[in-house]
Design a protein around this ligand. Structure first.
Ligand SMILES: [Zn+2]
Length: 231
């Protein structure tokens, strides 16, 4: 049973690893004004920073995320920022390395802020550039490119990308309107609060079939299984 479940993850993981981000859609201002997202919950995002990215730069990027998610009474905290070396040139290699890292307390999400080098500039002329991604098996780990150096990034600057990826961290998918995602965010906040009241202080991840994942260890198990079987 478990084996079948894990096998089902693989094609979707691969799809996730090869699809670029487009848009999560525009806000529905009427729905935003009429829905009550309170009370406040906290999402703790731990950051890994590549060479060429300062801690200040990374914190500033995620301040933009914090400002955006304040719309939903969701407070973003950065428990720590640690140095990290980009492990691969392309998205697949980057996201696999991050996906295999443990999600240690108190982190609810683990995001890397990737630096740029001259190869990125050259590659951006040859293929669509992937400026950020979040894995879809648990929606707990991902990355954003933290520095604008290419033409593509004039259109999608790093703070836009960080905000976009933050919606994926909440399980939102690409679409025309963000409205479809508001109920998910409400639900996640409700589950996060219920868990915390029972002593489990973890803002849940989200599985491929949109079920909440309520332990950090389980997110790691799911990702190790999915990546191990795709190699
Ligand atoms: Zn996207």
């Amino acid at each position: 049973m478990q084996r079948i479940k894990v096998a089902r993850l693989i094609p979707i993981l691969l799809a996730m690893l090869t699809s670029a981000c487009v848009t999560v859609g525009k806000h529905d201002t009427h729905a935003l004004q009429t829905l009550d997202f309170g009370p406040e919950e906290t999402l703790r995002v731990c950051l890994l920073i590549d060479e060429g990215i300062t801690e200040t730069r990374a914190r500033d990027l995620f301040q933009e995320v914090s400002d955006e998610l304040a719309l939903f009474d969701l407070n973003v905290e950065i428990p720590w920022v640690r140095p990290w070396k980009r492990p691969a040139f392309l998205m697949n290699g980057i996201i696999e390395e991050i996906a295999l890292r443990p999600l240690e307390p108190p982190c609810d999400r683990l995001m890397a802020v990737v630096g740029r080098h001259v190869g990125d500039f050259l590659a951006s002329w040859l293929a669509p550039e992937i400026l950020g991604a979040v894995e879809t098996n648990t929606h707990t780990r991902g990355y954003v490119v933290g520095k604008a150096v290419t033409l593509n990034q004039l259109l999608q600057n790093p703070s836009h990308v960080a905000v976009h990826e933050s919606y994926h961290m909440l399980g939102c998918v690409h679409g025309h309107s963000l409205q479809a995602c508001y109920p998910y965010i409400l639900d996640l906040k409700r589950i996060a609060r219920a868990n915390r009241e029972k002593g489990n202080d973890f803002f849940p991840g989200i599985s491929l079939d949109r079920q909440p994942i309520t332990s950090r260890e389980t997110t790691g198990e799911i990702l190790r299984a999915a990546i191990g079987r795709s190699m």
